[in-house]
Write a protein that binds this ligand. Structure first.
Ligand code: F0G
Length: 467
């Protein structure tokens, strides 16, 4: 692993952002008493708190990005024709140029693309391999009759293990599945670039290349979850032999070339507030995708997005691959993570791309997983400081489709997710201090009991009570 800091790579001592602020949005903190009321009303679920009751919002990096002046200008160039909007063609060209897929099906966001891909590429009873699961992705695969199988390397399941590419696929796990059940039993490999649930951990180029070679041999398709693929490209540039002098755009294009298509939640990497797409290289699959997009999303030239949204996206894609932007993006996440590590607070290591993940099981060793330590930590952090985070542990993992039992994920994490171009270094200081203050009184905290559990994606709407 290269040891140059982000500042050194830039030839200066900091990762300062390559932009300045033109417009601001006021934020303020309500009192502790008001937060206590808000939290109880929200059933101790940070998804159910109103945004106005939050001080610093690190719930997610999804759709929370600040747009550039170019993107705002692009909004005024929306062509809101029902069919054939010029903005769709701009988006299509940007995806073809930067991601390299031949055909583009636009969708309202990532899960729209996941729904369509799962329906056209999975037959009931087939396995779908993934480098760890993502909530909506796995659910769509299961709803389409697929059986999700985790093929990520074992290191990813240990929050404290250091590994430069913790998102890598363990090729032996894929080979074993092929040997035991035959290649035809696998619908496809779903390869996520920077694995969200593992802590924003990247996949190496070598791993993607080797996976591609293996899959080619057995005629198995690879579909990329490209949601944070540009962030993944940054880690390849930083850590992988032979990529230091390549641009992010070059790395991204090579990475995507090892896949047959991709689902994209453009609300992350692409610096937009809404949008998504399904990219495909196979004409037949694309035609099937077009059949379904009109059922679930909208016409094949807007897929649930307004023309102006598609324009914003096409500009956002170009901004997202600028090397100095991405250094500052990851630099800010790292800044927060390093502050916490300096204070001995347990976080997932190494620090990932889009978020710092608190290791809730280590933070609250006295709270068993059945009492939701990560959910408790998110609730307590909001109560103590007005900072909103999100659970990524047993609540998010949900129940097994076949038996209805709870999954017991080895990672019980609370995610401090950093929106792009939104908060300053001083905000990160406040967040770190807030976590530290809570860490100092951690023994006094008690777990939670779930009192309402929705059927799908329960973490969004579940309600809890303090034990
Ligand atoms: N894939 C990954 C890796 C994601 O992180 C997300 C969303 C999706 C797919 C689904 O995309 O939300 O546009 O439908 N992640 C958000 C998050 C919700 O907070 O991590 P979507």
């Amino acid at each position: 692993m290269k040891t140059k800091t982000i500042g050194q790579q830039l030839g200066r001592s900091s990762w300062a952002e390559p932009w300045k602020i033109k417009m601001v949005e006021p934020i303020h903190m309500i009192s502790r008493n008001e937060r206590a009321v808000a939290l109880e009303k929200a059933g101790y679920n940070t998804f159910l708190i109103r945004s106005e009751e939050v001080y610093i919002d690190l719930l997610t990096d999804s759709g929370t990005n600040a747009m550039s002046d170019r993107q705002w200008a692009g909004m005024m160039m929306g062509d809101e024709a029902y069919a054939g909007s010029r903005n769709f063609y701009h988006l299509e060209e940007a995806i073809q140029e930067y991601y390299g897929y031949k055909y583009v099906v636009p969708t309202h966001q990532g899960r729209g693309a996941e729904n369509i891909l799962s329906k056209i590429a999975i037959k009931t009873g087939q396995f779908v391999c993934g480098n760890m699961y993502f909530t909506t992705t796995r659910l769509h695969q299961e709803l389409a009759g697929g059986i999700f199988t985790d093929v990520i390397i074992d290191e990813a399941h240990d929050a404290q293990k250091e590994h430069p590419f913790k998102g890598n696929v363990d090729l032996r796990k894929v080979q074993k599945l092929i040997d035991e059940h035959g290649a035809a039993s696998i619908a496809y490999i779903c390869l996520a670039a920077t694995v969200n649930m593992a802590g924003g951990q990247p996949v190496s180029m070598q791993n993607a290349r080797e996976l591609h070679a293996l899959c080619k041999k057995y005629d198995i398709r690879i579909f990329l979850d490209a949601t944070r693929a540009v962030e993944n490209a940054f880690f390849i540039q930083e850590r992988e032999e032979g990529y230091a002098d390549k641009t992010l755009a070059q790395i991204l294009k090579e990475f995507c070339s090892y896949s047959d298509g991709a689902t994209m939640s453009a609300k992350k990497d692409s610096l937009a507030n809404i949008g998504g797409w399904l990219g495909l290289n196979d004409r037949g699959l694309y035609e099937e995708g077009c059949n379904l997009v009109v059922v679930y999303e909208g016409l094949q030239t807007y897929g649930g997005m307004a023309g102006r949204d598609m324009e914003v996206l096409s500009i956002g894609i170009k901004e997202s691959v600028q090397d100095d932007y991405m250094r500052s993006r990851i630099g800010q996440v790292r800044y927060l993570g390093e502050l916490l590590m300096d204070w001995g607070i347990p976080i997932t290591r190494p620090i990932g791309g889009h978020a710092v993940f608190l290791d809730a099981q280590k933070f609250y060793p006295h709270i068993p997983q059945e009492q939701f330590p990560a959910q408790t930590l998110a609730a307590d952090l909001y109560l103590e400081s007005g900072v909103r985070s999100m659970e990524r542990g047993i609540v998010s993992a949900g129940r097994k489709k076949e038996t209805g039992e709870n999954y017991h994920p080895s990672l019980e994490l609370t995610r401090l997710t950093i929106p792009r171009r939104v908060y300053t270094q001083a905000h990160m200081d406040i967040v770190a201090e807030s976590v530290k203050n809570l860490y100092d009184v951690r023994d006094q905290k008690k777990g939670l009991k779930m009192i309402f559990e929705p059927k799908y994606l329960r973490f969004f709407q579940a309600r809890f009570e303090r034990l």
